[in-house]
Design a protein around this ligand. Structure first.
Ligand code: NAD
Length: 355
């Protein structure tokens, strides 16, 4: 099984190496026959090739059966014409990874930032919206009219809205059967009007799923006040990006924030957070986010390709992660523990091997 790891910037290389150790433990247990490829992107690639996401990186990535993307420091990248491409946006767009599935859940005995226990999943549309690097066919979705006048365009299509809504309702059928569409239709009447119309169309085909709607600002308040009221949230790109950081931090730490970007037959594991330059190089980042993303990815691939050994490897990684997080002595600093990135990964690998 060919797995490509794109380490990225900041804490990316640290949490990618940690994740690789856990996959190796899963490979020893399940005989997956993993063959790793490392693909340099971000500043490492910029120095060598003049681009943070050279064409060769994309060509190699699309050869792999499974992709694991570390966080990137695209805030600090040069302009696109000087080689500063966002690998995350490029991969999502070029591979049409339209559903960014972002779970957030409290765990028993793990301190969270809320009194309630909750378990929710955000289905974030991943290919359009306000994201200037992916919402246009040619040219960016941002314009500068004069030195003092700028414009940003937001693209919402029926096609993209229907398929993210469909993914969310399918996801809800395997959970507690509730979907909340989050929007700003009170001011974005046309674009979020279309998004909501699509959600309602899909909802009508799933009468067994309870459906409701919340305006994004109120959704933030409800998420803090009663996170346990949510099961599946479906929303547009930028709202999903923001809401999921809030949900993950409420669950304990952004360091727990796993996600998978899924398309038709192809998917990519990616932590929800960024490259955390404030802690990069210290060996203290929590790799649970990328380890959990990889567990989700293997489960997803196993289901898609009808390969039970892959699904089992993914489920075992997620279970080993949960068991490791249960013990205060095997937690990283963001969760009040003292383990470094590598030692946490070793503890997850031990749990995996011992089970
Ligand atoms: P960030 O998500 O990197 O960090 C926010 C806070 O969370 C920081 O205090 C950080 O230390 C902490 N944190 C994040 N991940 C952690 C982990 N695994 N363990 C422990 N603590 C963790 O957000 P930022 O600082 O605003 O962004 C830094 C860079 O990341 C920017 O260049 C931004 O553009 C980029 N970014 C990339 C992605 C991506 O690659 N998908 C996503 C968001 C931001």
């Amino acid at each position: 099984m060919k797995i490509a790891i794109l380490p990225g910037d900041g804490i990316g290389p640290e949490i990618s190496t940690a994740t690789r150790h856990v996959i190796e433990a899963a490979d020893r247990k399940h005989g997956l026959g993993v063959d790793f490829t490392r693909i340099d992107i971000g500043f490492a690639a910029l120095e060598r090739s003049g681009s943070t996401f050279p064409d060769s990186a994309f060509d190699e990535a699309r050869e792999a059966e499974a992709l694991i993307l570390g966080p990137v420091s695209h805030l600090d990248y040069p302009a696109r014409e000087k080689g500063g491409l966002n690998p995350s946006g490029e991969l999502r767009k070029r591979l049409d990874l339209y559903a960014n599935i972002r779970p957030a859940a409290t765990r028993p005995d793990l301190p969270s930032r809320t009194g309630a226990q909750f378990d929710l999943v955000i289905y974030r549309e991943n290919t359009e919206g306000f994201y200037a690097d992916r919402c246009m066919h040619t040219g960016p979705g941002e314009l500068q009219v004069t030195a003092d006048v700028t414009l940003a365009m937001r693209r919402i299509t029926r096609h993209a809205s229907m398929r993210i809504a469909e993914a969310a309702f399918r996801g809800a059928m395997a959970r507690r059967k509730k979907v909340t569409a989050v929007h700003k239709q009170n001011v974005l009447k046309i674009t979020d009007g279309l998004f909501l119309a699509c959600c309602r169309d899909v909802a009508a085909r799933y009468p067994e799923v309870e459906y409701d709607e919340l305006i994004i600002d109120a959704a933030c308040a409800h998420l803090v006040r009663r996170p346990d009221a949510f099961d599946v949230i479906v929303t547009t790109n930028m709202f999903g990006d923001i809401l999921s950081d809030l949900a993950s931090e409420l669950s304990g730490s952004l360091g727990l924030a796993a996600s998978v970007n899924a398309g038709e037959g192809v998917a990519m594991a990616q932590a929800q957070h960024g490259s955390a330059p404030d802690i990069a190089g210290q060996g203290t980042a929590n790799p649970a986010s990328l380890i959990g993303s990889t567990g989700m990815l293997l489960e997803w691939l196993g289901g898609q390709q009808q390969r039970p050994e892959l699904a089992k490897a993914g489920a075992d990684i997620l279970a080993a992660l949960d068991r490791t997080l249960q013990t205060p002595a095997t937690r990283t600093r963001d969760l009040g523990g003292s383990l470094g990135t590598d030692d946490f990964a070793a503890a997850v690998a031990d749990q995996l091997s011992a089970a």
